[in-house]
Ligand binder design. Sequence first.
Ligand SMILES: Cc1cc2nc3c(=O)[nH]c(=O)nc-3n(C[C@H](O)[C@H](O)[C@H](O)COP(=O)(O)O)c2cc1C
Length: 453
Amino acid sequence: MKVTVLNGSPKGDVSVTMQYVGYIRKRFPGHEYVVHDISQRVKKLEGNLTAFKEVVDDVGSSDVVLWAFPLYHMLVPSQYKRFIELVSEKDAVDAFKEKYAAVLTTSIHFFDHTAHAYMHAICDDLGMRYVGFHSAEMSDLLKEKGRDQLVLFAEDFFDAAERKRVTSRANPPVNTRSWNYLPGAVAGAIDTKGKQIIVLTDGTGGNLGRMVERFTESLAGKVEVHDINDIPLKNGCLGCCNCGLDNECSQKDGFPEFFNEKVRTADVVVYAGKVTDRHLSSQWKKFIDRTFFHNHVPALKGKQLGWIIAGPLGQLPTLRATLEGEAELGRINLVDIVTDESGDNETVDTMIQSLAERLIRHSCSGYMRTRTFLGVGGDKLFRDFVYNSRFVFQADHAYYKKHGFYDFPQHEYGTRLLNTVMTGLTWIPQFRKEFKKRTTSEMIKPFQRLLDE
Ligand SMILES: Cc1cc2nc3c(=O)[nH]c(=O)nc-3n(C[C@H](O)[C@H](O)[C@H](O)COP(=O)(O)O)c2cc1C
């Protein structure tokens, strides 16, 4: 069988993910493998039709396609996203149709589910026969069990294509409403109370541009607006992780300065973007990926955030999940996500006005929505990850130590003592019996003391 591997790592073959592909090749030597370094060469693929066609021809003549990439900010790297966009823009969808496809990622399992859900949907949109995914933790390949599971995954993938297995489509097509939003006049502009407000938008035309305009008009103070297509943002993140030592990006295109001087200093941040395939554009993804120079430090902590989105967000729960996850992990208060989906001018006007009002109000009061599993779970994962790789992520380590992120339960000596003593006591039959009887009432005792005060 001919296996075309679309490599999503910007590091080319010097990539963790490609070691996994290498292992599959080693264990299944009977197939013909063609690997294209998509993310590393995306600029060439965009500008040079021959280079792009070479990839598409290989896809078209292959039996199976393996989408292999590292997780970048809950999704594919921006360069890979750009390639996915190019497939439609350059009318290359036909080459992907009916091809058996699977997804292989490496990551630390933070929001890997959203990246896989996105790629599954992209495969469905391209008319591919999606077989499944393998989401490896970076070091899985170094363990026997990890290698065994990878082999079983590849075996199942190849078997599906060989036997022409029937696959099911999980994602209905996205329906996009085409209408022109016409904003009404602003009845009463909101006092910004001296708050610094920045809007970053992906373009200034169409519904998105008009929604952004309506937003800025709804505020009485100064609002700084930047088009993310015009800011210094040359390339996507290269994944070099040089920033791990001191939060300094290896790319000197002015993006870190822009981000630190404009976005980090604001009280209120509004991001505005268009739905492009099933996510925001690769330009937005590039922006988000490049903020990685702050690694796992919540660089926008405490800010109020609003999203303005043109497009069918309601049909894209994965996109919403990434926006919410990104905010929660970053300790940012995501006030609302306003869209133009209603198709009704007045509704959009009202939603934008309400967003503006709440952003200012919450910024003044310091309100932060309670976090959920997305942020709380993410903290635990990164706590362990940063601690274990603190020689790479030294800046993270210093921040985590200073701000009490290392809340390992092992460090809580009172809890350790309580657990040791109580566990011992539960082995005394009389205590055990009493323990079972009083579990629920004892659980609320500290709360009752508080309420009785
Ligand atoms: C910019 C950037 C963003 C990342 N985002 C995530 C993420 O959201 N979730 C996760 O589990 N790992 C994330 N990672 C970790 C990578 O997915 C992981 O290191 C991967 O194995 C790198 O593979 P590669 O060497 O093939 O590029 C991120 C790494 C970088 C550089």
